[in-house]
Design a protein around this ligand. Structure first.
Ligand SMILES: Cc1cc2nc3c(=O)[nH]c(=O)nc-3n(C[C@H](O)[C@H](O)[C@H](O)COP(=O)(O)O)c2cc1C
Ligand code: SF4
Length: 433
């Protein structure tokens, strides 16, 4: 199996991002033209056949989501593209928006046609300030050339895309918090049900998909769902953009077909290329801070949603942060937990207080002051947070911790005995720094 297949990143670096002319020369808008000659339900069938699993982190089947929304009769319906990309170690939506925004726009326009929606919103994280200008230029040019706006390609269908920006809160990537933020309210999650397909933006039926999910739609429509599925595995169709960072030779965004292994991702010369500075691989963190950490024994796991789930891992956002032997697990988890303390919106107690308590125990471990009781308390706390937090942020905040407790229990034990295998903890105190 080829380890690199360029479907959605094919145009990146090859076209002027806001140029409709370049996009057309590279096959752009063939899908929209084809879609206009299809029934909306036929398009949904292709998305279902493609087994496109949402690329925003939860891997929810896009076809089912589209079908659920289609069955709701109320109108208007809204299309929302989640471009918050707040998950640390994740920068693949940025690549698409920066280098091939018209592909995302085309995907959103096809969704607009399917649901007879006249307004699409893209919620771009505030930190991507410069990118917003590129995206707006692409929208403006698509409008000038008749691919957006009134009476698109003389079909009678009208559709506009509006850019909204976040202010830097990770929780605004959660789909209901994102809608609240677009509405001008505090970016905090809503209670579900009702699901967003029924009560979404401005309380109307709404589709929320990730940037990469939308970018796949033109390929699925052009090539057909079955062909698209064949690029990946039986349960995870197509390709995935992965973001490699950390102690690895080749960092950046790579498009891989589902079905490669984690070993391929980290060691293949065309992908990660192995460890930087010749140090040993200790662990790798998958899918962002809310994802699990994996140990080198799991390197032969197939990278697809089902195999990863069966191995207790997750594809998540596509982030793969590689860490070498110089990293202390406890020290690393302190940083992860600091992130969640900072990003917790404070709405519910398990997340707001739980993360702080986890941090205090990790801090005690790093100072050699923790006991077996602390370790037991930490495990219990993590379970309570996962089960009783109001939204996905708190529910997943201790995923990294749980996976480390499973794979690196000896490192926790070592810290109880005031030893740090990586030589990170205790040394500062001893040298008087
Ligand atoms: C705390 C939190 C942050 C999230 N951040 C993002 C994000 O930055 N981008 C994204 O697409 N999805 C994010 N999600 C997932 C969204 O809630 C939602 O599942 C996704 O946008 C749906 O799109 P998809 O089905 O195409 O993946 C986040 C979820 C949670 C709980
Ligand atoms: S789990 Fe609770 S406190 Fe944490 S972000 Fe979600 S709603 Fe806010």
């Amino acid at each position: 199996m080829s380890k690199i297949v360029k479907l959605i990143s094919a145009n990146c670096g090859k076209i002027r991002p806001d140029s409709v002319e370049d996009y057309l020369n590279f096959g752009g808008y063939a899908a929209l033209k084809k879609a206009f000659n299809m029934e909306p339900m036929q398009i949904i069938e292709e998305v279902k056949k493609a087994k496109l699993l949402g690329r925003g982190g939860a891997a929810y089947p896009a076809g089912s989501k589209w079908e659920q929304l289609y069955e709701i009769e109320e109108s208007p319906k809204y299309i929302v593209c989640n471009a918050d990309e707040g998950e640390p170690g994740t920068f693949k939506d940025k690549l698409l928006m920066e280098q091939d925004p018209l592909r995302v726009i085309e995907g959103m326009t096809i969704a607009g046609y399917v649901f007879n929606s006249h307004d699409g919103y893209i919620y771009i994280r505030g930190e991507y300030r410069d990118l917003q200008k590129v995206f707006q230029a692409a929208i403006d040019n698509a409008k000038k050339e008749g691919f957006l706006g009134e009476n698109i390609l003389n079909t009678g269908f009208s559709y506009n895309i509006h850019i909204m920006t976040g202010a830097g809160a990770y929780v605004c990537g959660e789909n209901s918090a994102l809608l609240n933020s677009i509405e001008g309210k505090a970016g905090r999650p809503r209670i579900k049900p009702p699901h967003l397909a029924e009560v979404g933006l401005f309380l109307k039926p709404t589709l929320v998909n990730n940037v990469e999910s939308f970018a796949n739609i033109p390929t699925i429509v052009t090539e057909g769902g079955e062909k698209y599925l064949s690029y990946g595995t039986a349960d995870s169709g197509g390709t995935k953009l992965i973001c490699l960072s950390g102690h690895i030779k080749n960092r950046g965004v790579f498009e891989v077909p589902f079905g490669v292994t984690l070993r391929d991702i980290i060691y293949d010369p065309e992908l990660g290329g192995g460890m930087a500075e010749g140090k040993k691989l200790k662990f790798f963190h998958l899918g962002g801070q809310s994802g699990p950490c994996s140990s080198p024994e799991q390197l032969d796991t197939v990278y697809c949603c089902r195999a990863m789930r069966n191995a207790g891992l997750s594809v998540g956002s596509g982030a793969v942060v590689v860490l070498d032997e110089s990293v202390c697990i406890i020290d690393y988890l302190k940083k992860v937990t600091e992130f969640f303390i900072h990003e917790s919106c404070g709405k519910c107690v398990p997340c707001r207080e739980g993360n702080k308590q986890l941090y205090l125990i990790l801090d005690k471990l790093s100072k050699g002051e923790a006991t077996e009781n602390d370790l037991a308390l930490m495990k219990r706390l993590s379970r309570v947070m996962a089960k009783s937090s109001f939204c996905g942020l708190g529910q997943a905040a201790s995923t990294a911790l749980d996976s480390c407790l499973k794979h690196f229990s000896s490192e926790f034990e070592a810290h109880l005995n005031k030893q740090c295998p990586a030589g990170v903890c205790f040394t500062k105190k001893e040298s008087g720094e």
